[in-house]
Ligand binder design. Structure first.
Ligand code: NDP
Length: 315
């Protein structure tokens, strides 16, 4: 049978390119989990994904209620779940003030981490029940959260501190809107959320890999300088960033190539190792990359898991 994969944020950029790459194999039915139904449907058609290979289901990660509804709707569809890709993200580098999710969490961490955390937890049982030979839960990471790299050392650097802001509710009222309790910084909030994504993947691996056989993995697909992720950035940045990445850092990848990489992590029979953070070298070969000290801190991962459980209402 065909596999079923859910991809969040499949309406543009990496998510869309991955949806296309998987749908084209004819071996996957792609569920595009998106906040804007019409945009997602148009996007699928615009890249030529054929009708029988996809469906769009509404998901707004900035609302835990919506995440719960999505899980219910998915279950009622009667489809098995063979792979889940947590890909959607917001990046608000120029925001002066924090904005918030429906439940009042700072928007970048609320969407990129907490929304996905609840989604992945709710759908874990569905993945467990799948009889597909390879079951995978992929959470897209990023180099920017990894302070052991050049890109990760561009300030403001990611730092979750002792999680005091998160534990306080991340709401800018009783607590800071930042995980570490510091002053709001939109670029840092995004990087922090990516560290959370990578820590969450590893904690899933430690808690569930042996028992379930599910492969948990993360990846840095390369710098896809052309996606909508940079839509909130100043115009000069948007103009110069793609050529800078292409010719200076040489970290640039096209959306199509990055989509191929994520599709590989979802479906390649040779990439079944769990607990891995994948990257690609200059020849586009995948390798297991090292995470920064903070992004591989097992104690922090456990604490993040427990605090997040409380915030999303699982504990
Ligand atoms: P895009 O902005 O093109 O895509 C982000 C997607 O997330 C969009 O489909 C967007 O939906 C969706 N989204 C945002 N908020 C929500 C929400 N509340 N509910 C549901 N969906 C939402 O960016 P990219 O494709 O570049 O980013 C995809 C992933 O790749 C992210 O995890 C990012 O961190 C990661 N990444 C990107 C890199 C890059 O260089 N671009 C490098 C490393 C990692 P909508 O279409 O409705 O706006």
């Amino acid at each position: 049978r065909k596999g079923t994969v859910i991809i969040t944020g499949a309406s543009s950029g990496l998510g869309l390119a991955t949806a296309k790459a998987l749908a084209e194999t004819g071996e996957w039915h792609v569920i595009m989990a998106c906040r804007n139904f019409l945009k997602a449907d148009k996007a699928a058609k615009s890249v030529g994904i054929t009708k029988e290979n996809y469906s769009v289901m509404h998901l707004d990660l900035a609302s835990l209620e919506s995440v719960r509804q999505f899980a219910d709707t998915f279950r009622r569809s009667g489809r098995p779940l063979d792979a889940l890709v947590c890909n959607a993200a917001v990046y608000l580098p120029t925001a002066k003030e924090p904005t918030y999710t429906a439940e009042g969490f700072e928007l970048s961490v609320g969407t990129n981490h907490l929304g996905h955390f609840l989604l992945a937890r709710l759908l874990l049982d569905d993945l467990k029940q799948s009889d597909y030979p390879y079951k995978r839960l992929i959470i897209v990471g990023s180099i920017t959260g990894n302070t052991n790299t050049l890109a990760g050392n561009v300030p403001p650097k990611a730092n979750l501190g002792d999680l005091r802001g998160l534990a306080g509710g991340l709401n800018g009222i009783q607590s800071s809107a930042m995980i570490d309790g510091g002053d709001f910084d939109g670029a840092k909030a995004y990087k922090d959320s990516k560290v959370c994504n990578m820590l969450t993947m590893q904690e899933f691996h430690r808690r569930y890999h042996e028992e379930t056989g599910i492969t948990f993995a993360s990846l840095y697909p390369g710098c896809i300088a052309t996606t909508g992720l940079f839509r909130e950035h100043i115009p000069l940045f948007r103009l110069l960033f793609p050529p800078f990445q292409k010719y200076i850092t040489k970290g640039y990848v096209s959306e199509e190539e990055a989509g191929g990489r994520l599709a590989q992590v979802v479906s390649d029979p040779s990439l079944t190792k769990s607990g891995v953070y994948w990257s690609w070298n200059k020849n586009s070969e995948s390798f297991e990359n090292q995470l920064s000290k903070e992004a591989s801190d097992a104690e922090k991962a456990r604490k993040l898991w427990e605090v997040s459980e409380k915030l999303v209402g699982l504990a």
